[in-house]
Design a protein. Structure first.
Length: 534
């Protein structure tokens, strides 16, 4: 387009259009102002102030209601179930069934042998060592699960007699030690440092890698989440979020609950049961404090795509935690045992922390785990320091203050006693046994299952048990099995919470269940039947 004196360029039209838009915006603003003023013309100033105040308070409350850690859908469901339970007939019926479930649970957990009772007061005169040991042997008779013969999934990962003898001696040597006082117990400090360094080396950490010993997998996970929450706060993130697969361990739910974080669960790919990496990418936002994957995860024993998620972590500069609590001390030896795996540890760029339990496939006694970081800068966010306490400077590396030095010493002794060859051999046996059992059904396989005949016995028991069930598929389940089954089908999850709290109460109960006598009778009749069915 030409004018008489110049060519009207594209930039000229753009600047002209911008001026037009500005004029239009000013015009609409003026009309809006006139409209609001006309609506307020008959109002007194106090009415305008009151309306503004009410609208502001309403907007703040609406924001607080809509934007919470728990989703709006979940909260609406909870409120609906609360209202349903207030309906007289329905509420009483639900409570009756709930009480029945809690009574059944009490019988399953708190039942004693005939003639036994709970001790509720300190003995007036202390018992002799012989009396204490006799009582201990009585308590041991309460156990009916034959875990020493490999008849349990998980829970006990070895229990070798010779190793147990060694650990008892080591623990005895350090029973009174406490790493809170490294000046008094320098040997424990040295052993903890060496456990961490050995673990860092196993997971291919560099010279700057570091970590701490914790009381178990849950504390290791809590510590990593706490570190990344504080790191997020420092970066200006006010509402930090954890992005993790739906299959991730419940300890991450606990961490989110404890530390005021939001846990965003990512679905799994249906064919592989691995986390959907594309969905994880879509979930990343300005509030993302950490990414999580499992190696392997508990529900299916699957290792998530660590390499792919590591690329996401690198691209968006987000800390990435790999939860290897369950099988960490198994998978680090699989390659040397002849079983190839994709990289899952600090070899993967983007992985900034790993949790792994030494008291599982590390075969150390219960109460020990490690949380590892690729760099000391991450571990510093885990530490707690109270510099102005009147008792002095208080600094602790993890949740606990005082910690059992005996457990650390026993963990160190286990790792030193096993050595690389011992772990590789154990890993080879566990994986081979797993593949034997996998043809029938898959469980959490431990060293106890590698004993001759255990895997075959288990598969036969499962087949016989299934045959019994198929003969009477509608027969009611009793005991804890019934409670677990019911809990999975109840849509009101607050009821499941009540049942779970009842279970935890049972663990600390010193009251004999009222129905214990009937339970003993039925139990004896049951035990007279097939032991395999039992």
């Amino acid at each position: 387009i030409y004018s008489s004196d110049k060519l009207l360029t594209k930039s000229y039209f753009e600047s002209y259009a911008l001026e037009v838009y500005k004029e239009m915006l000013l015009l609409y603003c003026e009309k809006a102002r006139q409209y609001v003023n006309s609506q307020c013309a008959d109002l007194e100033p106090w009415q305008i102030i009151a309306a503004t105040l009410l609208l502001t308070v309403g907007a703040v409350r609406a924001k607080a209601f809509l934007f919470q850690q728990e989703s709006l859908t979940s909260r609406i469901k909870k409120q609906a179930f609360r209202l349903i339970r207030k309906i007289p007939f329905i509420g009483s019926s639900i409570q009756k069934k709930l009480n029945k479930a809690l009574d059944d649970m009490s019988v399953s957990v708190c039942t004693l042998k005939e003639g036994m009772s709970y001790t509720k007061l300190l003995p007036a005169q202390g018992l002799t060592q012989k009396q204490v040991l006799d009582s201990i042997r009585q308590y041991q008779t309460l156990n009916e699960v034959q875990w020493t013969k490999g008849k349990v999934s998980g829970a006990v990962y070895w229990g070798d007699e010779k190793l147990t003898e060694l650990l008892v001696k080591v623990y005895g040597e350090f029973a009174w030690s406490n790493p809170l006082h490294p000046d008094i117990f320098p040997g424990v400090r040295k052993m903890e440092a060496e456990v961490v360094r050995m673990a860092c080396t196993l997971f291919n950490g560099g010279p700057e890698s570091c970590g701490t010993v914790t009381s178990g997998g849950t504390e290791s996970i809590l510590m990593a989440c706490k570190a990344y929450r504080d790191m997020a706060y420092e970066r200006g993130i006010k509402h930090p979020e954890i992005i993790a697969p739906i299959s991730v361990h419940a300890a991450f739910d606990k961490a989110a609950h404890y530390f005021g974080m939001k846990l965003i669960h990512i679905p799994l790919e249906k064919k592989t049961m691995k986390v959907d990496v594309k969905a994880m990418k879509r979930a990343i936002s300005k509030n993302t404090a950490m990414l999580v994957c499992s190696a392997p995860q508990f529900p299916h024993g699957i290792v998530d795509p660590i390499v792919e998620v590591g690329k996401l972590a690198e691209r968006y500069n987000i800390p990435f935690h790999v939860d290897a609590c369950l099988g960490g001390f198994l998978i680090v030896f699989m390659e040397k045992a002849g079983f190839k795996l994709e990289p899952f540890d600090f070899r993967v760029k983007g992985v900034t922390s790993i949790s792994a339990d030494t008291h599982k496939y590390g075969y150390a006694p219960k109460g020990s785990s490690v949380v590892l970081y690729s760099d000391k800068k991450y571990r510093h966010y885990q530490f707690f320091v109270a510099p102005d306490w009147q008792g002095g400077i208080y600094a602790s590396p993890s949740m606990a203050g005082s910690r059992p030095g005996g457990i650390i010493a026993a963990c160190w002794a286990t790792m030193m006693h096993m050595g690389e060859n011992g772990y590789v051999d154990a890993t080879r046996k566990v994986v081979q046994t797993t593949r034997t059992i996998a043809a029938g059904i898959h469980i959490c396989v431990t060293m106890r299952h590698t004993m001759p005949g255990v895997a075959e016995h288990f598969i036969n028991d499962v087949k016989e048990g299934v045959a019994v069930i198929m003969k009477n598929p509608k027969e009611k389940t009793t005991g804890m099995g019934a409670i677990y089954g019911m809990a999975q089908t109840i849509p009101d999850r607050s009821l499941v919470t009540e049942i779970s709290c009842g279970f935890l109460d049972c663990l600390y109960s010193t009251e004999v269940p009222k129905v214990q006598k009937n339970h003993h009778t039925s139990k004896r009749n049951h035990m007279n039947g097939s032991s395999k069915t039992h």
